[in-house]
Design a protein around this ligand. Structure first.
Ligand code: T68
Length: 826
């Protein structure tokens, strides 16, 4: 334990003072929102002291810094997490109780900063938590979107997107840093000038539009170690405040343009996951935060170091997918045009500073930008990429003389497009996938040519999650129980959780473990009643699929199976059937019509099934509105079964799978992504695996041959389920689900019927679901399985993942931070 961060009485006084100064009110008169703000400011005060101490420690020890560059950081709420990591949650909870304030209600006041879509953004947030906890110097670099991920409302069963104005009331855990503002330039042209003095050409960017990037810093509190790192997200503003100045000079139009450009850039997060959005504004967003972040990093480096050629000794940029890949060219530009390095020196530094993580093999997610757009928006950056491409093609030619296929497949610029993944691989010194299977597919399929040419760059870093948010905070009862049994070390070293294995046959322990699960299920049932108006029985099996809605994740397989079960129960009312609650939570990208239809289908099935008295409440279907980090914490804690049913080879890793496992929910899943490693840790007998393998799927894809129509024609029960999509069973509008039906069959002679092998895996899935039921009926067996899932989850901490990044890629130095108050006392 670290020293007390809060004195209770001082804390209470500070909260009262804040209410008074901020709102001119007495504590008793303050609204919940005002109390949340007042308490948060008090907590922020303590954080700021640690933040300063951390800065001082870093300045004294001069460690290497990782800049984690990401378009997305899905942070979730900060108040509770910060208190936990400060080691002050218990004290503060008590102090608040004495003031008559309920800490849970207060936490619920906080907007959920949702500057991300799904797995990729949440991974970035877990990484920041682990970096701070392990004592590494790190910056998260991103965008301060005015509107994050939309709020999802379900109206008449349909998803409706509502803007997420998370900043409206003011966000207490951020600090505006206008003194670190940077300029970012768009458009214009490049003038080449011969420099007599050096005998070199100079490239001068002119006629551009400038935008000011203003950083906001959010503290990232390490777990009980005094470390506070920084998430730096950039806001945009016009260079000249829009005012009389430009108006008088007749520059009114330009001033308005700059103002609008700035507003647009940071206005909203693109709500796609695993899909590239080819919009000009998206490209602007990318360059905007990349340029500002790199400028800031170089400025910081130069304050205390004078040899820019040694930048890589102190700085590494990790590119979270290809979205920040402009970093390559931007770093080259700054090194050459501003720092005066020649191409070779600049390239030597750049290629030692940048590394790339791939998160997907889905073709539609691979970033390609039209040359026309790219070169118009970023003329100098484009010029540099052209030169990188020219030199790379020569290398390819040297290595594979006369092999033009190679050039066609590997060039960075080809067919009028800039391929960002190719740029990232060519310039990066490390290329990693996010689970073992995914990395193997990259090496042997998707990026085969690159792997053959530069095998030394490729490596795997299996994803992880932070146990501090997803167990210590999200499942406080289980966390306390674990600490009672094995001590608190698991909080910062999840491999310790393996010590729970000795309780796998201890009846009392198993009973307690399942009691906690039951309490968590009651909490979720209450939430569902309040938010959905549906009553669910906490004694039923909570079978949960929560994640973004995407066809490859196969929520459709799940709901079609629900329909199949419903048919079975109706046909055989006497059949033994253990009551089941199917819980879904998912946002669909606003423009993804079929995904939105699947949400509507789930809700239509829910309507029919939940209100059919003839099935005696044996099945309930619930769609939880607005799935997000804050309710996710509660959902994982309450789950019995974790649905991880993506088409094998499509889910790069998954991280929800790990959160369920940590909370004692066995996986019902395919051999995809990190499921493979989960099964390896927990054992086949403690998971429910089904479906085609990645090899089988890839084989079908490469050679054709999969025929869903055959299954449709030969399996009457499956055919019945599909017919029910278009015969009025779930909607009086028989055309409503026609598109879904068509997508599964060759009705339109389309070549990619049932692209995600839903019919192909259906029987195997149904059979695995039967195994789930049989296992659950055996209470002791189930309890053991659940406990072993928690006990075997040690590998899946993001602390482990980050340590691997540090050891293999970043080579950072560990830093210890002592509190200055303590230091002064010594
Ligand atoms: C996810 N990717 C992977 N992408 O799907 C998941 N894409 O398997 C993996 O566990 C996770 O990354 C972390 O590695 C995404 O979440 C996106 O959200 C995204 C966003 C914009 C553009 C493309």
């Amino acid at each position: 334990m670290i020293d007390k961060q809060f004195d209770k009485e001082t804390f209470k006084k500070s909260v009262k003072d804040n209410v008074k100064f901020l709102y001119r009110r007495k504590l008793e008169e303050a609204t919940q929102e005002q109390l949340f703000q007042a308490v948060s400011y008090t907590v922020k005060d303590v954080i700021i002291d640690n933040w300063l101490d951390t800065q001082n420690a870093y300045e004294a020890q001069d460690p290497k810094i990782v800049y984690y560059m990401s378009m997305e950081f899905l942070m979730g709420r900060a108040l509770g997490n910060n208190l936990l990591n400060l080691g002050a949650y218990g004290e503060v909870k008590e102090a608040l109780e004495e003031l008559g304030i309920d800490i849970n209600a207060l936490e619920d006041q906080e907007p959920d900063p949702a500057l991300g879509n799904g797995g990729l953004g949440r991974l970035a947030a877990c990484f920041l938590d682990s970096l701070a906890t392990l004592g590494y110097s790190a910056y998260g670099c991103g965008i301060r979107y005015r509107y994050g991920m939309f709020k999802q409302e379900i109206r008449d069963g349909y998803q409706v997107e509502v803007p997420d104005a998370w900043l409206e009331e003011g966000y207490p855990f951020e600090l505006r840093r206008p003194e670190y503002a940077k300029e970012v330039h768009f458009g214009g042209y490049v003038r080449v000038e011969y420099d007599q003095a050096t005998g070199q050409n100079k490239f001068i960017h002119e006629g551009y539009q400038a935008v000011k990037a203003i950083p906001y810093d959010m503290p990232i509190v390490g777990y009980e170690n005094n470390v506070v790192n920084t998430l730096r997200i950039w806001d945009a503003a016009a260079i000249e405040e829009f005012g009389f100045d430009s108006f008088d000079k007749g520059d009114y139009k330009k001033a308005v343009e700059q103002e609008n450009l700035a507003k647009d850039i940071v206005n909203v997060l693109y709500p796609n996951d695993n899909k590239m959005s080819g919009k000009e504004l998206r490209l602007k967003q990318q360059y905007f935060f990349v340029s500002a972040s790199i400028q800031a990093a170089i400025e910081k480096y130069k304050k205390t170091h004078d040899d820019i050629k040694k930048l890589h000794e102190k700085v590494v940029f990790q590119m979270n997918d290809t979205h920040p890949t402009m970093a390559v060219a931007e770093l080259m530009r700054i090194l050459m045009d501003q720092e005066g390095l020649g191409w070779d020196d600049a390239w030597a530094v750049t290629t030692k500073c940048v590394a790339y993580t791939n998160h997907t093999i889905m073709a539609e997610a691979l970033e390609k930008w039209p040359i026309e757009l790219f070169s118009r928006l970023l003329p100098r950056v484009y010029q540099i990429i052209e030169e990188i491409n020219r030199r790379f093609i020569i290398e390819v030619q040297n290595k594979y003389p006369g092999n033009y296929e190679k050039i066609k497949k590997m060039a960075i610029i080809y067919d009028g497009q800039v391929k960002m993944a190719h740029l990232a691989i060519v310039a990066g010194f490390s290329v990693n996938g996010v689970a073992r299977l995914h990395t193997e597919i990259l090496k042997n399929q998707e990026l085969k040519d690159f792997y053959e040419m530069m095998p030394e760059k490729f490596n795997n870093k299996t994803n992880g999650i932070t146990q501090r948010r997803f167990l210590l905070h999200g499942n406080q009862n289980l966390a306390a129980w674990i600490t009672d049994h094995i001590g608190p070390d698991w909080i910062t070293d999840l491999s310790q959780i393996g010590k729970l294995k000795v309780y796998a046959d201890d009846e009392k322990a198993l009973q307690e473990f399942m009691n906690i699960k039951f309490q968590n299920k009651q909490r979720l049932a209450k939430y569902i009643l309040e938010h959905n108006g549906v009553e669910v029985d906490p004694h039923s099996i909570f079978d949960v699929q929560v994640k973004r809605l995407h066809e490859y994740k196969r929520q459709l397989l799940n709901i079609l199976h629900v329909i199949y079960l419903y048919n079975q129960i109706k046909l055989h009312p006497e059949m033994e059937f253990y009551p089941r609650t199917f819980i879904f939570g998912a946002k669909a990208s606003a423009a993804y019509e079929r995904a939105k239809k699947i949400i509507k289908l789930i809700n239509c099935v829910a309507d029919v099934v939940n209100n059919d008295p003839s099935i005696n409440g044996k099945i309930k279907v619930v769609f939880i509105e607005n799935y997000r980090v804050s309710n996710a914490e509660m959902i994982f804690a309450a789950a019995d079964v974790s649905e991880q049913i993506s088409t094998a080879s499509k889910e790069a890793s998954g991280t929800g799978n790990m959160k369920f496992m940590l909370n004692g929910a066995p996986t019902l899943g395919t051999m995809d992504g990190a499921n493979v490693e989960i099964v390896e840790e927990v054992g086949q007998e403690n998971a429910f695996i089904f479906g085609m393998s990645a090899d089988q799927i890839i084989n079908y894809e490469n050679h054709g041959g999969y025929d869903p129509d055959f299954i449709y024609n030969t399996d009457a029960e499956i055919r019945q389920v599909l017919m029910q999509l278009i015969n009025g069973t779930f909607s009086s509008d028989t055309e409503l689900f026609r598109d879904i039906y068509d997508s599964l069959l060759n009705t339109k002679n389309c070549s990619r019927a049932d692209q995600y092998f839903i019919l192909g895996d259906f029987r195997s899935y149904a059979e695995a679901q039967k195994r789930v039921e049989a296992a659950y009926k055996d209470e002791k067996k189930w309890a053991k399985m659940a406990l072993l899932n928690t006990a075997c989850s040690g590998k899946f901490s993001s602390d482990r993942t980050i340590q691997e990044y540090v050891d293999d890629i970043w080579h950072l130095d560990k830093v210890t931070v002592t509190k200055s108050s303590e230091a002064a006392e010594k």
